[in-house]
Design a protein around this ligand. Structure first.
Ligand code: SER
Length: 593
């Protein structure tokens, strides 16, 4: 079976069961500064899992583009990726455990024809005051699994979320496929991670909220959040031993073989897979509807890392020419039918990848010169210190593998342990910085971020009033301290303009205007004069938030009920963000009474 057929079978299965399909959100989360990428299908749905009404109703299904950098070291094995597609179904306070488990089971066995005997599941075994999930266990038994196929796991294995520090979370039941590999011992189970069982689907029963003190309280709305990797279920269905033997990857590997004149072997297959995985992820990041330019910060930094790592592994396979664009072309042709943004942004992606290649080659040349200098000072028989190897890596962006390669040519040894020590010291220091964000974590949906969200709408409206309607939102990033708003405009704002903008926002706050929410189709929203740049994400029916006399915007929410909840608004800074885009940082002070 091909990937597209699996996508359709999955979506149709849930459409036939009263679910509504929602499109994949961008790989770059909206209004969420705590995480760089969308890491799960539930991620764009957090407000709705917390009780906000979703315009499409209570039962949803979709395929979400996801990126997880915390699995990067596993990439190269049979089943892990950085970028992947998550098939998911959700109940926002509608059905719960009984129905969710039944539907997963029916999909896998009746729809895909996987025999019950090939399945194994884990369920939550209890932790402190939270009881073990006997209901899920019994459900699996009633359905037809026997006791030797159901296992209780702990907090590590069978609890999901919150994705950030606080938020919705709950026990889960994970569904595994028994590959038939030889058991690792008498107690071999999905919990031992020996490779015999592959996790294919996770059903999370989001019935708790974790607060900032670490307490769990039962949510009013009991949700179901499920996630299954398209890549894995496709491999399992097709009875191949790894994801790379599906039509999502196979043509890319063949292309690299052709370009390199080197065939895959047991020894180099991991190198091929890393290139394929990373270039696929980089293509989706750069070609996202929000477009990302490789750089040294945030998402751009990840795109850069993915490309540079690919170049390294391409060289390891034995190719020194630039073959990135040919690889990207194949990736686009496989994926663009399902993700048309890749067609639309094709030129942009190719251009960015080509630039990145050149800049890395320049970095490498500088690194090689510096490395030569360092090596010249190493006395015969001694090794290059970990400190200098780290300096090459950290200051000159020179990968440690390259240092090792050069050293080998010169008969010098590199102190790798010393390098690792330095590397880990550095990581400790930067924890909490960009690296911390890769691990996930969602924005808090506190009252203050909700206020800032509404303030952002007022700011957007005020800018359009003062500067003209060619001003469009280009990005928004809200923390509990401040809002940051990027918009299209090609010069610095004058003090007077800034003053007028904040005056308009404060005037709206003082007028005590109710913030109203209406649901309508995208076309009705446009006709009504609503603005909004993320409209396609919500499908047919969208929410339109209006602040009478000021703003009307398509948006998922949440927002305050009345503008007076914002207190007062102040612009802290106006600066350039990128060419043709300005950035405003602003704060609000909550009302005193
Ligand atoms: N949020 C859960 C996961 O990512 C289920 O979708 O595994």
């Amino acid at each position: 079976m091909k990937a597209q057929e699996m996508r359709e079978i999955f979506i149709n299965f849930f459409l036939e069961r009263e679910h509504k399909e929602i499109p994949s959100a961008s790989l770059l989360p909206d209004n969420d500064p705590s995480v760089l990428f969308t890491t799960a299908g539930m991620h764009p749905l957090v407000p709705y899992l917390l009780g906000e009404r979703h315009p499409q109703g209570k039962c949803l299904v979709n395929i979400q583009k996801c990126l997880r950098t915390d699995d990067i070291d596993e990439v190269g094995d049979d089943f892990h990726h950085t970028y992947f597609e998550m098939l998911g179904n959700w109940s926002l306070g509608n059905y719960f455990k009984q129905e969710a488990i039944m539907m997963s089971y029916e999909f896998l066995t009746s729809k895909l024809g996987i025999p019950t005997s090939k399945l194994a599941v884990t369920v939550f075994g209890g932790y402190k005051e939270i009881p073990k999930d006997i209901e899920a266990y019994e459900r699996w038994k009633n359905i037809g699994l026997n006791d030797s196929q159901i296992f209780y796991g702990g907090m590590e294995e069978n609890w999901w979320g919150p994705a950030g520090k606080t938020g919705p979370c709950g026990p889960d039941t994970e569904i595994f496929y028994d590959t038939g590999k030889v058991p690792c011992g008498n107690n071999c189970s999905p919990l031992c991670n020996c490779g015999r069982f592959v996790e294919i689907w996770n059903n999370v029963f989001m019935q708790y909220n974790k607060d900032s003190e670490g307490n769990f309280t039962v949510l009013n709305q009991k949700n179901v959040d499920t996630g299954m990797s398209l890549e894995r279920i496709l491999a399992v269905y097709n009875n191949v031993s790894n994801n790379y033997e599906t039509d999502l990857f196979e043509p890319i590997i063949s292309k690299i073989e052709e370009l390199a004149g080197v065939l895959r072997t047991k020894d180099n297959i991991r190198d091929f897979r890393i290139v394929v995985d990373h270039m696929r992820a980089a293509t989706f990041v750069i070609g996202d509807p929000k477009k990302v330019v490789p750089s040294n910060t945030e998402q751009g930094y990840i795109a850069r890392r993915l490309i540079r790592r690919s170049i390294r592994y391409i060289r390891k396979i034995g190719v020194t020419e630039n073959i990135l664009s040919e690889i990207v072309e194949v990736i686009i042709s496989i994926n663009a039918p399902a993700y048309p943004e890749l067609y639309i942004n094709k030129e942009f992606i190719l251009e960015q990848v080509a630039k990145e290649y050149l800049s890395f080659i320049t970095t490498l040349d500088r690194g090689i010169k510096k490395a030569e200098q360092f090596f010249n000072d190493v006395p015969a028989g001694e090794s290059l210190s970990g400190e200098l190897a780290f300096k090459l890596y950290d200051t000159f962006g020179f990968p440690i593998e390259f240092t090792e390669e050069l050293a080998t040519e010169k008969g010098i040894i590199v102190d790798i342990d010393g390098f690792k020590t330095k590397y880990h010291e550095h990581q400790e220091e930067s924890r909490g910085g960009a690296d911390g964000k890769f691990k996930g974590g969602l924005a808090d949906h506190s009252d203050q971020t909700t206020r800032l969200h509404t303030a952002t709408h007022l700011l957007n409206a005020a800018l359009r009033k003062i500067l003209g309607n060619e001003v469009y939102q280009r990005g928004s990033n809200i923390t509990s301290e401040r809002l940051r708003f990027d918009f299209s405009f090609d010069r610095k704002l004058t003090d007077e303009e800034l003053y007028k903008v904040s005056q308009i926002v404060n005037e709206a706050i003082l007028k005590d205007i109710p913030v109203q929410c209406q649901e309508m189709t995208v076309d009705e929203a446009r006709l009504s004069g609503a603005i909004g740049i993320f409209n396609q994400k919500y499908g047919e029916i969208v929410k339109v938030y209006s602040i009478e006399g000021y703003s009307k915007e398509i948006c998922g929410g949440p927002h305050v009920l009345n503008t007076h909840e914002l207190g007062s608004f102040k612009i802290l800074k106006e600066e350039s963000s990128s060419s043709g885009v300005r950035r405003i940082k602003a704060v609000i002070e909550a009302p005193t009474a």
